[in-house]
Write a protein that binds this ligand. Structure first.
Ligand code: PGA
Length: 254
């Protein structure tokens, strides 16, 4: 299975910076059959990246969040058809910043996942526990609850279109990351829950939280970890191409 590298740019890189990044990225990398690269730029830069990187068979462009309604009076929200028109084919759902800074609840993540699948886009559902939940030994209970809600409306045959990212909230943007062992054991738990629901054993599971060039190899060395979701270290072409080059079998062109 191809290793998946996902870049979450959060609230960075407008259209001009995105175009500059894309041009550098194209010079520094070439498509590898065993590697997929997904970019989640701010909504205003989706079209630019889709135009710049449209020729790359290894690249997909995504939205950082979508609304489940296809249109209507939802000021500030991005619908699935609008994201698709701009060039997005994938979308993040339930990122911890949406859950904890914007108050998105479990039920809303479920609606978004279902709407994305119905609309022909692939969801990347994010789950993960807060530090106090980990300290109380609740990691599995939290992840189970988030998955139950996120997957509530998903038909069995659609589970293979989903990607799930495990991102312990205490590891995001903090420089702390779960040990590869810790991450792998939560991944194994997530995989077992997907299989329990009739999904495929080989569903793609990403790890996210302070991934950088210095730790990506040890994470990807775990069989359970099929790729990474990267915030801070995806923001410069140098750091990002180093990550995808290290993990993808040496993709950097000379
Ligand atoms: P980080 O962010 O790599 O900066 O920790 C990861 C994420 O939020 O997806």
């Amino acid at each position: 299975m191809a290793t998946l590298f996902a870049a979450n740019w959060k609230m960075h890189h407008g259209p001009e910076q995105a175009a500059t990044f894309a041009r550098a990225f194209k010079e520094l990398t070439f498509p590898e059959p065993d590697r997929s690269i997904w970019f989640f730029p701010p909504a205003v830069s989706i079209r630019t990246l889709a135009n710049e990187l449209g020729e790359r068979p290894d690249v997909a462009i995504g939205a950082q969040d979508v609304h489940w309604e296809p249109k209507g009076a939802y000021t500030g929200a991005l619908s699935i058809p609008l994201a698709q028109e701009a060039g997005a084919t994938v979308a993040l759902v339930g990122h911890s910043e949406r859950r904890h800074l914007f108050g998105e609840n479990d039920e809303e993540t479920g609606r978004k996942v279902t709407a994305l699948l119905e609309g022909g886009m692939r969801p990347l559902l994010c789950v993960g526990e807060l530090v106090d939940q980990r300290e109380r030994g609740e990691t599995e209970a939290v992840v189970r609850r988030q998955l139950d809600a996120g997957l509530a409306g998903v038909m069995e045959h659609d589970l293979e279109r989903l990607v799930i990212a495990y991102e312990p909230v205490w590891a995001i943007g903090t420089g702390k990351n779960a040990t590869p062992d810790d991450a792998a054991s939560v991944h194994a738990f997530i995989r077992s829950l997907v299989v329990e629901r009739g999904g495929p054993e080989d569903i793609t599971l990403l790890y996210g939280g302070s991934v950088k060039p210095g730790n990506v190899l040890s994470l990807l060395a775990e069989d359970e970890i099929d790729g990474v979701l990267v915030g801070g270290a995806s923001l410069t072409p140098e750091s990002w191409t180093e990550i995808v080059g290290l993990g993808g079998g040496g993709g950097a062109a000379d």
